[in-house]
Design a protein around this ligand. Structure first.
Ligand SMILES: *Cc1c(COP(=O)(O)O)cnc(C)c1O
Length: 362
């Protein structure tokens, strides 16, 4: 039998993750200068990285011959969240911790529940562990928590839920979410992915880490890729019970977060000024883009993140036209939303470029 046919059939069945198009690739394809291109495709921070994080990363360069020590970041996270260091698992991006928890709890013969239009990594992590995904139809592009509860089977070991969700930007109110998590059988892990938590308005946000005390099957994941602006360094983390953290640490690569990433993330956590500036820019940019979409006559899904998803009749053609204008957004046909595009909130100038290009592309 051919070599590749000896591979695991559930691995062969996976369709790979489609990242946002890199600026350098568009530059090559269209012959557009790199500095003329606006990338609003991957929910990156338009302000770049925190200056404090940059200084810390540069300093960490001096010691790259040493293996990393993750103590200081874990200690800082423990202080910030009130969750003990033994309950924190660091990841090479939060995608890494999603993969780790899947490897601990999922396998062939097991299932994982998530919502239609949920983050693409959930089916990927589920399938790569050999488990079966159960995608529950969305309600108004958001999680139908009641239907998700009903979809949990005896062989379900994990529930994935992003709040706010990507790519729809939908938000499940905390009262409903907490009731849902409490209703999940205690032998099923609930992964609450809060990659966009810091973009929620203070009025919308509650401290979900307080739920961990009463819910040993809950895991909260967060990332330094979004508001902290460190997507390229790859740092995220999980907060959970000491028992689950211990299991994840058994399959985790010993040095999955590198020296520069650890140093930058630790410094970023304390750069309150940068986080506040990023938050304010996102608020203003969201208004600018939503206002522009309304003027142009595009329907959008109200978003609680740093991106907004909008409807255009010929999304693939509109996307091509935007690319010719040097504007990269994210087509989300792979999410089963072929008539929609997702745009990340950028700087005022980038948002204006996007709206102008969109107006000229319809
Ligand atoms: C961007 C994003 C993440 C973060 O991924 P990293 O691996 O930390 O860069 C996680 N979950 C969702 C829903 C996201 O959109």
């Amino acid at each position: 039998m051919a070599l590749c046919e000896q591979s695991l059939p559930y691995v062969r069945a996976i369709s790979p993750y489609q990242p946002g198009k890199p600026i350098t690739q568009l530059a090559r394809e269209m012959g557009i200068a790199v500095d003329q291109i606006v990338k609003l495709a991957s929910n990156e921070n338009p302000l770049g990285m925190s200056p404090k994080a940059r200084a810390a990363a540069e300093q960490a360069m001096a010691d790259l011959s040493r293996y990393p020590d993750d103590f200081l970041l874990k200690q800082a996270l423990a202080e910030r969240t009130g969750i003990g260091m033994e309950r924190i698992v660091l990841g090479n991006g939060s995608n890494d911790v999603l993969d780790l928890v899947a490897r601990v709890f999922l396998a062939p013969g097991r299932t994982a529940v998530f919502a239609q239009y949920a983050f693409a990594v959930y089916p990927l992590a589920t399938l790569s562990a050999g488990a079966e995904p159960i995608a529950v139809p969305a309600r108004d592009y958001g999680h139908d928590l009641e239907a998700m509860r009903g979809a949990i089977r005896p062989d379900t070991r994990l529930v994935w839920i992003a709040n706010p969700n990507n790519p729809t930007g939908s938000f499940a109110p905390y009262g409903q979410l907490k009731a849902f998590v409490e209703s999940v059988p205690s032998d099923v892990v609930v992964v609450l992915d809060e990659a966009y938590n810091e973009y929620l308005s203070p009025g919308d946000r509650v401290d979900t880490t307080a739920w961990l005390a009463d819910l040993p099957n809950l895991m909260i994941t967060r990332t330094f890729s979004k508001i902290y602006g460190l997507a390229g360094l790859r740092v995220g983390y999980a907060l959970t019970s000491a028992e689950i953290a211990d299991l994840m640490n058994r399959v985790r690569q010993p040095f999955n977060c590198n020296n520069m990433a650890l140093a930058a993330a630790t410094a970023a956590l304390d750069d309150h000024e940068f986080v506040a500036r990023s938050y304010a820019l996102n608020r203003a940019g969201m208004e600018q883009i939503v206002g522009g979409l309304k003027r142009i006559g595009c329907q959008h899904i109200p978003s609680h993140g740093n991106f907004v998803t909008f409807r255009v009749s010929e999304a693939a053609l509109v996307n091509q036209s935007l690319l010719r204008h040097g504007v990269i957004v994210r087509p989300i046909a792979a999410y089963g939303m072929p008539e929609w595009l997702r745009v990340t909130i950028g700087t005022e100038r980038e948002n204006a470029r996007f709206l102008e290009a969109l107006g000229g592309s319809l």
